[in-house]
Design a protein. Structure first.
Length: 320
């Protein structure tokens, strides 16, 4: 990894290093349910990292990363006024309920526009469900009519929405999620027809556009790969710890087996050998079970590590 995300940089917008103005903006999240708030934080984190990979502060202007990340924090603020019965519904939404859910974009936009302190960040609320091909909502705008911050947040929002376990759907794997986003980045026939029918199609975007920005998606691949490789490094460290634990427990079990076979007058000697290798709260009589649990933990984590290596390999091959 050539570039690393600094979780403690000012652009990560952590509450402990924010100025008073931005803290006020983020207080708006207090009205959200826990799930939506967590989603907003995830989207903001992803947006920040995407901006850093896209080098927007150099390309667009200094401070754009912080601005865009704050927009991302507030993107779902309109859900404060979505009925809980719809927002937290366990099953898929009906068409009527979905229409109500869609209003969170315009509600959030209105909230921001009515508050002078939030007004600068209104684009995130209004545009994060718009699509480059014009198939999004609430206004069906397309191409460069969608502000760049809206295009970035759209990718971060869609990734977290699919990959996180929602009330109304099961978890989708990272690779499957990225493949779904790749599909969304490719043009759809009906969307192409709509663009052709327009009197003045957006020439700079061309006709070959999907719902989401391909370049932003390419940077998302890097962000996800960073996370995967970081998880691999952490799990490798933990495997090293488990190896040492297994060595310790193996020595304890050697004494335990000798204790089991020893005559009564020598059992105490071998018991002391077992105890010398046990940690706090580990009991001599449970030594074989502790060893078995540790072996299973080691095997399970080895298996998961193999999956992570495969996942990283697959991410590197993704193209859009």
């Amino acid at each position: 990894m050539n570039e690393k995300f600094d979780f403690y940089s000012k652009t990560s917008i952590k509450s402990y290093n924010l100025d008073e103005k931005i803290r006020y903006q983020l207080k708006m999240l207090d009205g959200l349910d826990a799930f939506t708030r967590r989603h907003s934080e995830n989207v903001a984190n992803l947006t920040c990292r995407l901006c850093e990979y896209l080098n927007v502060d150099r390309a667009i202007g200094k401070g754009f990363t912080v601005y865009c990340t704050t927009c991302a924090y507030l993107h779902d603020i309109g859900k404060i006024f979505i009925p809980p019965a719809i927002l937290q519904k366990q099953a898929a939404l009906t068409p009527e309920e979905y229409k109500v859910m869609q209003t969170h974009t315009t509600i959030g936009y209105k909230m921001c526009m009515e508050d002078p302190k939030l007004r600068p960040y209104s684009a995130g609320t209004l545009y994060h469900h718009e699509s480059l091909d014009g198939s999004g909502y609430p206004n069906g705008v397309k191409g460069e009519k969608i502000p760049y911050e809206g295009q970035i947040i759209r990718v971060a929002d869609e990734f977290d929405a699919i990959s996180s376990k929602r009330q109304y759907k099961t978890h989708v794997g990272i690779i499957d999620t990225l493949n779904l986003l790749i599909e969304d980045s490719n043009p759809k026939l009906e969307a192409l027809n709509k663009l052709v029918d327009d009197s003045k199609p957006n020439k700079s975007m061309g006709l070959k556009v999907g719902k989401i920005n391909k370049e932003v998606l390419r940077q998302l691949f890097k962000v996800v790969l960073d996370d995967t490789e970081y998880e691999i490094s952490i799990r490798l460290e933990y495997l090293d710890f488990l190896k040492e634990e297994l060595k310790r427990l193996n020595e304890a079990n050697k004494y335990y087996r000798k204790m089991q076979k020893a005559p009564e007058k020598k059992k105490d000697y071998f018991k002391q050998g077992v105890e010398a290798y046990l940690r706090n709260n580990e009991k001599v009589e449970e030594c074989p079970n502790i060893m078995a649990e540790m072996e299973k933990a080691y095997a399970d984590r080895q298996e998961h590590l193999k999956k992570l290596y495969l996942e990283a390999k697959q991410i590197k091959k993704l193209k859009c």
